[in-house]
Design a protein around this ligand. Structure first.
Ligand SMILES: NC(=O)c1ccc[n+]([C@@H]2O[C@H](COP(=O)([O-])OP(=O)(O)OC[C@H]3O[C@@H](n4cnc5c(N)ncnc54)[C@H](OP(=O)(O)O)[C@@H]3O)[C@@H](O)[C@H]2O)c1
Length: 433
């Protein structure tokens, strides 16, 4: 039996989950893979507080270099999160020719190039399954299961916090602030939830997925990112009336030689698989050329689901160590399929628009004319409330149109006398998903 020694840096939520699962599954991994995964050192700033899992105190250290510089360690698991220190530790471990497993999407999304180059130069592997949708083995599916395909598009619900909030707003007709408070009470949202609710966490994950699939290095700054903070329960209700759920989608799609990458609230038809992903679950729909659509669903966060992904990476690397076939493990695995990232003005999708207009004859005609002048055609219209000379919502769904045309049309419509508030716009992906 081959013994593989691992050292863990970061003994927080995920780190404790990994230590617990490694302890519980050690016998199972031995019998199934003939591998003895041996956790020999754990580092954290705090080695006093009790954790969910009991470990021998001799394993604990406050100094990450007790792991990185330890010749007995084969694999370093980085689970401290953040950027500077995590990058320092990962680079140091790779340069010491140790394989690394990380769940750090924030770091990978901005520094993947550098990290993978250093891994390759040192002949070691850097695995990152837990960084996207933790419990869903999406990286493995893209690298291996879909290897013969060319990926055309990715539509993902990749942030459990946002999905929980939007699902609760939908199911219980509550407002954003109430749903966020509820998410925090249940442990689905951080005390500072901004990274999640402003869409940045989804952009980090999309940067990793899109780089993997389309052969170019996508960074979070390349991704148009809009969070869910402005979504109202009224819009969720109106969208529902048209047969749509509102989801925060991370979208990457190839349009000829250009890549559209965007994260924003999106109307999704209720009868599509992504609409049925509720609570804090994640779901990713991939369109590729041979298999067509594949859909992945599961827990995208939490100690156990994330530990499941981290341990899968440890087993993969361990098997490679044993079989002496440590091949290059790059972040970009598909051939270069696009030359550039499409600017926002050229996005091409359908739109939900809510106008706040005075209810008087001719308003609808004025709005429709401006839309038509900008080549935007209307798919459905609804005016739920009628109240003469009062402000009422007029809701329209458009057919596919160019983002710039919609922006220019709305500027003109919002300047009309009859329009009393800035119009609300939510993109829709109804015809491709
Ligand atoms: N939680 C999830 O569900 C989940 C899912 C997928 C991916 N991830 C990723 O997994 C990583 C860890 O997340 P987590 O939720 O487990 O975070 P966490 O609970 O905050 O745990 C991180 C631990 O590392 C410690 N730490 C920070 N800097 C350190 C340093 N320089 N040296 C030693 N220890 C240090 C922290 O101590 P202090 O608290 O004292 O700073 C904390 O105990 C992150 O990259 C995250 O994005 C998390």
């Amino acid at each position: 039996m081959r013994k593989v020694n691992v050292g863990l840096i970061g003994f927080g939520t995920v780190g404790s989950g990994v230590a617990e699962a490694l302890k519980a599954k050690r016998g199972y991994i031995k019998s199934r893979y003939n591998l003895d995964i041996n956790l020999i050192k754990i580092c954290d700033k705090d080695i006093i507080s009790k954790r969910k899992v009991k470990v021998d105190s001799s394993l604990l250290t406050k100094n990450a270099y007790d792991i990185i510089d330890n010749p007995a360690v084969d694999i370093v698991i980085e689970l401290i999160g953040g950027i500077e220190k995590a990058k320092e530790f990962i680079l140091a471990a790779l340069k010491k020719k140790k394989h690394v497993v990380t769940a750090n999407k924030a770091l990978l999304s901005i520094a993947k190039d550098e990290l993978f180059q250093v891994a390759e130069k040192n002949g070691v592997q850097l695995h990152f399954e837990a960084s996207v949708c933790s419990g869903i083995p999406i990286i493995k599916a893209l690298r291996e299961g879909l290897a013969a395909n060319r990926i055309q598009s990715i539509y993902g619900i990749v942030n459990g916090t946002c999905n929980y909030i939007l699902s609760e707003m939908d199911e219980k007709a509550i407002d954003f602030a109430t749903a966020l408070k509820q998410a925090q009470e249940k442990g689905y949202a951080e005390s500072d939830p901004s990274l999640d609710i402003k869409g940045h966490d989804s952009a980090h994950k999309l940067a990793i997925l899109a780089s993997l699939c389309f052969g170019i290095d996508v960074k979070p700054k390349d991704i148009y990112t809009e969070g869910i903070t402005d979504i109202s329960s009224a819009d969720i209700k109106y969208a529902s009336g048209f047969g749509y759920a509102v989801k925060l989608l991370a979208i990457a799609k190839k349009m000829e030689r250009e890549l559209e990458v965007r994260v924003h609230p999106t109307l999704v038809p209720r009868n599509y698989p992504l609409a049925s992903v509720s609570s804090n679950f994640n779901g990713v729909l991939i369109e590729s050329d041979i298999v067509g659509e594949t859909f992945f669903y599961g827990q995208g966060s939490g100690a156990k689901p994330t530990a499941s992904a981290v341990i899968s990476d440890i087993i993969d690397i361990s098997n490679d160590i044993v079989n002496k076939k440590l091949e290059k493990f790059p972040i970009i695995v598909y051939d270069k399929q696009v030359d550039k990232i499409k600017p926002k003005k050229d996005f091409y999708c359908s739109y939900y628009i809510r106008f706040s207009a005075i209810d008087k004859p001719g308003v609808l005609a004025s709005i429709s004319k401006i839309l038509a002048d900008h080549s935007i055609s209307i798919a459905s219209v609804s005016q739920k409330v009628r109240s003469k000379q009062k402000v009422v919502p007029i809701i329209m769904l458009t057919h596919k149109a160019k983002e710039l045309s919609v922006a220019e049309a709305l500027e003109k419509i919002d300047a009309l006398d009859a329009i009393r508030r800035k119009s609300v716009v939510i993109r829709s992906e109804r015809s491709r998903i």
